[in-house]
Design a protein around this ligand. Structure first.
Ligand code: PMV
Length: 330
């Protein structure tokens, strides 16, 4: 934590944080296996403004659904379920800073679709924590932001692993293991990934809950899965460092198969994954909790990427043209 010289909070201060995709290990990361995730250049931006209201006011503009390529924006100012995590992020930050002054207006603007597995909640939480601290003349270090983000994330997701907020905080590509092992993976050339939204949005909390329940009933089966995912995620790190896209693609394919076996894929996600592979993807998998949300496809070059995009659009998918965010929360 670093404090600035004290001034009065009179102007708007802002922070932004990226979204994320998971290259390997989602769901299994909640049970203790490592995951590999990449921050992407879809952002949430938080503005913190002075207010005379004497309380914390939160408003948000978050895309609820995306149809075609156009984001249908919806003002969710009154939607308590979406605003409560942000309010929790604000008060956790003020408590952390031992700040008694609670009068402020926080406005969230998020270009990451919600419920799509792209880290909208973690991104807005992380950016909120950073912006509120700035409004109190303090720059929090990344580890503090990561830890504080568990408060809103626990509220929304039950018991998240922390991989989402770690990626949105640090940026770049990371390998993550519970509770807080975060290793930056430096690559010369980031993988060319295409993201396709199935349009079916769902609750991470419910999906994670069902996997945790199943893992308690099928202990031997899950022990084997966790061993395999541990090897697989380490293989993903090696393939990224070696720029071995063929290996990375086949690990992604295997990861999708394991997610399918534990029941978090859907016929629609399987179909999008199969289409992407048929159109030339080196590998494809669902990303995030599953049950809907997005798939990711690894592309060898731009031409193949646009072929895959065309095929997936034909299936009714929405394509997000994303690239690596290297900076994390700012
Ligand atoms: O909320 P999502 O869809 O981005 O998924 C987060 C990743 C999970 O492994 C499913 C949950 C977690 O807390 O790690």
């Amino acid at each position: 934590m670093r404090s600035f010289s004290p001034t009065t909070f009179t102007a708007t201060v802002s922070s932004r944080a990226p979204g994320k995709i998971i290259l390997s290990g989602e769901q299994f990361v909640v049970l203790g296996a490592p995951a590999v995730a990449m921050a992407v250049d879809l952002y949430s931006t938080i503005d913190v403004m002075p207010s005379q209201s004497g309380r914390i006011e939160v408003t948000a503009d978050i895309p609820l659904h995306l149809v075609g390529d156009a984001a249908k924006r919806s003002s969710v100012t009154k939607n308590q379920e979406l605003l409560e995590p942000l309010r929790l992020a604000v008060s956790a930050t003020l408590d952390h800073l031992a700040s008694k002054e609670r009068s402020m207006h926080v406005d969230a603007n998020c270009e990451i679709p919600i419920g799509a597995g792209l880290g909208s909640s973690a991104s807005t939480a992380v950016a909120t924590i950073s912006a509120v601290a700035k409004s109190r003349e303090t720059l929090l270090d990344r580890r503090e932001i990561f830890k504080l983000a568990f408060i809103p994330e626990n509220y929304l997701h039950g018991h998240p692993s922390g991989v989402d907020q770690a990626t949105c905080t640090y940026g770049g590509i990371i390998q993550f293991r519970k509770p807080s092992k975060i290793k930056a993976i430096n690559v010369k050339r980031p993988p060319m990934i295409l993201v396709c939204d199935s349009g079916v949005h769902r609750s991470t909390k419910a999906l994670v809950g069902s996997v945790v329940k199943r893992s308690r009933k099928q202990t031997d089966r899950f022990r084997t899965h966790l061993e395999e995912i541990t090897t697989l995620s380490n293989g993903v790190v090696k393939a990224l460092r070696d720029e071995d896209d063929n290996e990375l693609g086949s690990l992604m394919n295997r990861n999708h198969e394991l997610l399918r076996q534990i029941g978090v894929s859907t016929p629609r996600l399987d179909r999008l994954v199969a289409k992407a592979r048929k159109a030339g993807a080196l590998g494809a998998k669902l990303t995030g909790a599953g049950g809907g949300g997005c798939i990711i496809a690894l592309c060898a070059d731009k031409k193949i990427q646009s072929n895959i995009a065309r095929e997936l659009r034909r299936e009714g998918g929405t394509i997000y043209d994303v690239s690596l965010d290297k900076r994390g929360v700012l």
